[in-house]
Design a protein around this ligand. Structure first.
Ligand code: IDC
Length: 331
């Protein structure tokens, strides 16, 4: 072969390798950072099998406080507070909920989720897409809507290794585990058609407290499921940790996708002593946790002071007592 042609082939080859590396690199930056998680036993683990504990914050209702879903805020919280997860709480019923508002509202919410997912990926954060049922009580109330919503989400985000799905925030109003289990079975099946591996968080009876009920009869036939435990330290103490411990002992993977140290109304005084006991317990057991809520609403469970209008870059004085306590605990 002539020297000139050899050189040409070599150059073209190198160019191809270079282009492949660049395009692979950029998809990776978008889709594979942070890396995919899965569930082993009761633990959340990474590809190397190392236990991963997620710790972060939840937005308030997305329709109500959309301004906190911004790149700077996410990057700031990752850097300063050392969070590694953010939860996008999308109410289904209240506050221009996804199921009670109109089509335009639904589109706006989906756009906001999309921004949230991308901002999180860019900041190196995991992100939870939370179907925030509350006054609707029984997850079956909007099951049809939940199925089409999660179908859409799973199709869209199957390539995003930072996305977790939370399929029913807090079942209540007498919805027992049997009811929740059958709802979860349908929704998980839908998600798994498109997204085979993403971690899915399943709510439990009584505002996601009765993990012992779920432990008696967990869902079967799916991997990467975890069950949610919610607490507010001003209301819930040792008896609820005992329930959590019993569920863990029974092999149920737990995830605290929402908690506070106010009372369960989201207001009232803060119980820092009980809050410390809770977080010590969760840290010891490497259980992930997400604090309610990233807003400046005039309530004690808001992380930002009500007088502060900033949507990122908060200094100590911009945070509520709760915000300061939590940021100090994390960083
Ligand atoms: C609270 C909000 C409050 C809002 C209320 C009713 O902090 O501003 O008015 O919801 O929608 C939960 C729920 C969460 C609650 C929170 C505090 O998941 O939506 O937020 N809480 O009450 N479960 C236990 C407590």
């Amino acid at each position: 072969m002539k020297k000139g042609r050899k050189y040409l082939i070599w150059t073209a080859g190198m160019l191809l390798v270079f282009l492949l590396a660049v395009s692979f690199g950029s998809t990776k930056a978008e889709a594979a950072k942070p890396s995919a998680l899965h569930v082993e036993g009761t633990r959340l683990v990474n590809a190397k099998g190392r236990t991963v504990q997620l710790r972060g914050v939840s937005t308030h209702g997305l329709s109500w406080f959309p301004q906190y879903v911004n790149q700077k805020a996410f990057t700031y919280m990752k850097k300063k507070w050392k969070i590694n997860v953010v939860r996008l709480a999308m109410y289904t019923a209240e506050y221009n909920g996804y199921c009670t508002g109109d089509d335009q509202n639904r589109k706006n919410l989906e756009k906001l989720i999309d921004k949230g997912v991308r901002y999180a990926a860019k900041a190196g954060l995991y992100v939870i897409i939370d179907w925030h049922i509350l006054s609707d009580g029984n997850p079956g109330t909007y099951q049809t809507q939940a199925v089409s919503f999660f179908r859409k989400m799973a199709k869209k985000y199957k390539g995003y290794s930072n996305v977790l799905y939370e399929i029913c925030n807090e079942p209540n109003g007498g919805a027992g585990w049997g009811t929740i289990r059958s709802y979860a079975d349908t929704v998980v099946k839908t998600i798994r058609k498109y997204d085979k591996k993403a971690v899915i968080l399943v709510g439990t009876p009584t505002w996601s407290q009765d993990v012992d009920e779920a432990a008696k009869d967990p869902l079967k036939g799916y991997g990467n499921l975890m069950y949610t435990l919610h607490f507010y330290a001003g209301t819930h103490g040792q008896y609820l940790r005992d329930k959590a411990q019993a569920a863990l002992n029974a092999g149920l993977p737990l995830f605290v996708s929402e908690f506070g140290i106010s009372d369960a109304s989201g207001n009232g005084g803060l119980n820092m002593e009980e809050g410390k006991q809770w977080l010590d317990f969760l840290d010891k057991n490497k259980i992930s946790y997400v604090a309610w809520n990233l807003s400046n609403k005039d309530e004690s469970s808001a992380l930002i002071r009500s007088s502060c209008q900033k949507v990122t870059g908060w200094k100590k004085d911009d945070l509520s007592d709760w915000g300061r306590w939590y940021a100090a605990r994390l960083s």
